[in-house]
Each structure stands twice: as C-alpha cells, then as structure tokens.
Ligand binder design. Sequence first.
Ligand code: GLU
Length: 276
Amino acid sequence: MRKNRFGAIAAMAAVAALTLTACGGSDNAGDGEGDKVRIGIKFDQPGLGFQDGSTYTGFDVDVAKYVANELGYTEDKIEFVSAPSANRETLLETNQVDMIFATYTINDKRKERVGFAGPYFIAGQDLLVRADDSSITGKESLDGKKLCSVTGSTSAENVKKDVPGVSLVEQQGYADCLGLLETGSIDAITTDDIILAGLAATSANKGKFKVVGKPFSEEPYGVGLNKTNDKCEKINTAIKKMIDSGEWQKALDKNTEGTGYKPSALNPPTKFEACS
Ligand code: GLU
C-alpha cells in the first residue's frame, strides 16, 4: 500500500517534471519553431525596416530587437522575414512569422484577422513630391493628380476613400514608387510621413524630393500577432519599458537623424491596446 502510494507519487512527480519542461520550451512569442523567433519587417523602408545583406536596420528593427530581448530572445535568435504591406495578415494567420514590426497601423478591419500589441509609434499620412513641385501643398491640392502608394496599405485605402479626383497607381513597396515620381509618371507618393522622410533622405535620393509636411491621418504602429498569441501584455510592458528607459527616444533619434523628420506630439504613445 505504502509502496504503491509512493510509486504513484513518483509517477506524478515525473509527469509534473515533463509538464514543466514542456511549458519552459513553449514560452515562444508565437509558438513558432524551437528557440527562434520569426519577426516580419519591411526590407525596403530606410530608417524603419531595411535589409542590407545580412544586416537589418531601422526603428522597427530596433523596437523589435528590444521587445524580443524582453521576451527572452537574444539577437541571434531572431530571424527577420520580409513582410510587405499586402502580406502581413496572411503571414500572421498562417504562422509564417511570430510577430510583425512593419509600420503596421492598428485598425478595426485588420483586427478581424490579427491581434495587435502597442502602439510603439504614431505616424501620419503625408505626401512626397519632386523638390521643385510647388503645386501640391497638401491633401486639398490633389485634384487631377497622379499618386502612387502600396497595395494593402491604409495609405492607399485612405486615398481611395477620402480624396476623389486622383488616380492611384499601386506598387508592392514605397521604394517602387520613387522611379515613377522622378520621371514624372506620377505626381506624388503617399504614405506615412516617417516612411517618406526616410526614403527622401537616402544618398541616392537626397535633394530630389520633399515631404509636404501636412499629415492628414493618425497611423498608430502596432505589433502584429496571430490571434492565438498570448504575449500581447508582455509586449506592451516591453514597449513601456523601452520608452521609460530612454531607449525608445535613442532609437528614434538614431534612425531619423539627418532626415529632418519631427515626430508628432502624439509620441511617445501613452495608451496601449487592451490585449483582450
Ligand atoms: N501604416 C500604414 C499601413 O499599415 C502604411 C505603411 C505601410 O504600408 O506599411 O498600411
């Protein structure tokens, strides 16, 4: 009897040990593979998410690294994956990435398919024009103009909804619109001010273009998650810690240096997603 009870307890202890091991191993940002975390970023947005060989730079990348580290993933455990605007929801839904930091505006339509933590930044939609163009001074002066934006972005959606009288060309990425603007096939590129500032400031583009500087929307950048991901609270805590520690400001300054970009007074964000 005694022996049996001891045996049962030993068996229970063994099960508990196994369970503990399993729990330890499953503390993953997105229940992805092993001890790696796959993070979706933009590869073609200088200052935000940019790939140069095996190096990734930008504000999104820096926030992603900070948050990943707070979740227990050192930099060598991060695999960066390209997340173009039109593919972000699908990448999360199909578990091809664990988190997305890719100038990803939090909105209700997207929340039908994915979850969000954050925001970690608040941008505003603006216009990029040729440096010598004085005809476009804001959203009100776009009648009859040709615009370029990106498929699957809020920028393209907002233009279609709010700016009648413009024609819109859609590309896969904002950098793909630059050649069209330079040659005159289009009159302006429209997306978030911080993205446009980064594109205009590269050495290849310097002096060619200017950001109009009259934002006409609010674009809170969230951390995109699969709906089953339970790390939203932890991610919010990490973002708050990054802001409070001064690291957020440092990262923003470093990545916008030389662009002339001034973040709006809505930054740093103070209100975060409820993580339902
Ligand atoms: N923030 C906007 C969006 O999420 C525009 C930038 C982008 O396409 O990433 O759609």
